[in-house]
Design a protein around this ligand. Sequence first.
Ligand code: NAD
Ligand code: LMR
Length: 334
Amino acid sequence: MVKAVVAGASGGIGQPLSLLLKTCPLISELSLYDVVNTPGVAADLSHISSPAVVKGYVPTDFKDAAQSAASMKEAFTGADIIIIPAGVPRKPGMTRDDLFKINAGIVKGLITAVAETCPKAFILIISNPVNSTVPIAAEVLKAKGVFDPKRLFGVTTLDVVRAETFVAGIVGEKNPGKLTIPVIGGHSGETIVPLISQAKPSVNIAGEELDKLTYRIQFGGDEVVKAKDGAGSATLSMAYAGYRFAEKVIKAVSGESGIVEPSFVYLPGIEGGEEIHKLTGCDFFSVPIELGPSGAQKAINVVKSANDYEKKLLEACYKGLNGNIAKGVEFARA
Ligand code: NAD
Ligand code: LMR
């Protein structure tokens, strides 16, 4: 049984994600932290007849740094897993990198509190731009002397979920969840690289259809931002994806074996990651990860089997991704 924390729990992702976590029988304590509204969200969820005991934490005066830190400390202490969807979402016309200005500082503050209160927790970062917020988190944890690459994950599951759904639509598979499709690289536009040639079971998609599919997976987030027309970005599909990844981490930590899911990790710190690091030249990269009791047990090298079409996509990915990573590292060190 684990203690799970959601930081940003009152938001568009935070609320449905917290609902799904409340239904998980492996969670005994669910701690909801946000700068607004968590007492209401916690009271609401606490009426659901599942084991997790829910508590909401909000700084009574978040302009007061000491008070703010105290409330975060209370919320985070004893956490086994912390999931972070705190921060602002996109509006039409914005890139994820446009969110850096606000979200970089939010993630830096939250990870500082994690380092001080629950350094052994598995950290799952949803806040965008993931390509930069995960490197920021790593730098903060390094500076505090508590960085364990096996415990820090950027959540890229939504790209995988989209790939499953869109491919199923093309090949006429009625249950998209039956497909396994590696989506690797980063989490924005051209840094998202679907490896359709490695779909299981294999699929036959080529030419213009493959171009359109690849674009749709890379820019699926834009579809939702456009449809929401100023009211934010993906929340419900993200809550599903965030829960799917969190549940897999919790199950692996609880002893279940054979669990694999792509995630954005610090490659040199994970078994099998150095080989992928050499091929990609990226310190942080999303690849299928075998999860185990200590977190990211092994990085699986799907890069080496990419076909020529995918190698071209990867070349475009490396350039953009390395820029995003460097921006995060520079911010955290400043
Ligand atoms: P939202 O505005 O609905 O919710 C964000 C929540 O964060 C709000 O409740 C806000 O009060 C809270 N918050 C702000 N500062 C905080 C702080 N310092 N501490 C704790 N909580 C704080 O936004 P959303 O739609 O839930 O999106 C949240 C983030 O997730 C955005 O950055 C978005 O781009 C990102 N996102 C990522 C993915 C992904 O695939 N990784 C998918 C969708 C959205
Ligand atoms: C997504 O992929 O839906 C998220 O990263 C949110 C966004 O800004 O598109």
